[in-house]
Design a protein around this ligand. Structure first.
Ligand SMILES: [Zn+2]
Length: 200
């Protein structure tokens, strides 16, 4: 069950990531038509990124320095063109819902381990919170509990109790409040609600 929720969330993430990237590409295509130099710079930057990776593998530090300088010049040129056009670097990037995980749902920590991003954790929490009915807490809580809905009549034959349903409910409410107040106490007893099927 939990897995199927996670899987459908991850599918949702995959789709929104893809959409953000397709949208960014269409935006880029329009910008590149207006500013062909930007496209040239990007293609050079991509080429240099591959060259940089190769040189790192070959431990070729002098070529790396040269490449880094070329990349810095290109980035500066790109920034200049964007500034002239009243644009920022963000205009060339996909606009993800979550910039931390770029809509993948996971982040890689500095020690190399992969961890669920807070945005995905929050989504999972929201789903379990909604399922637990706790989402109604604002409306349905101790302060809005209306004991007047219960009869104050004492009728042993009818209610099988020598106290009225209202007094009974007040006692139950008090027990529930005590349970909440002692929630962190390991010696406090649990609460068990029983009744006929369908009652809530
Ligand atoms: Zn995230």
């Amino acid at each position: 069950m939990a897995n199927s929720v996670l899987n459908s969330l991850l599918k949702e993430y995959e789709q929104k990531k893809l959409k953000a990237e397709i949208d960014a590409q269409s935006k880029k295509d329009i910008l590149y038509k207006q500013f062909p130099e930007l496209e040239k710079i990007e293609s050079n930057l991509n080429h240099f990124a591959i060259e940089t990776a190769k040189n790192i593998l070959l431990k070729n530090s002098s070529s790396l320095d040269e490449l880094n300088q070329k990349v810095a010049v290109l980035k500066q040129e790109r920034l200049h063109i964007l500034q002239e056009a009243n644009l920022s670097l963000d205009d060339l990037m996909p606009s993800y819902d979550c910039s931390v995980c770029q809509d993948t749902g996971y982040v890689t920590k500095s020690n190399g381990t992969r961890e669920m991003c807070n945005c995905l954790k929050q989504k999972l929490l929201d789903i379990s919170f909604n399922k637990s009915n706790m989402v109604n807490l604002k409306k349905e809580n101790f302060s809005t509990f209306n004991e007047n809905l219960f009869s104050s009549e004492v009728d042993i034959a009818k209610f099988r109790s020598n106290i009225s349903p209202r007094t009974n409910m007040k006692n139950i409410k008090q027990k529930c409040i005590e349970f909440v107040q002692n929630f962190n106490n390991p010696d406090a007893k649990n609460l068990l609600f029983t009744g006929n099927t369908g009652l809530r």
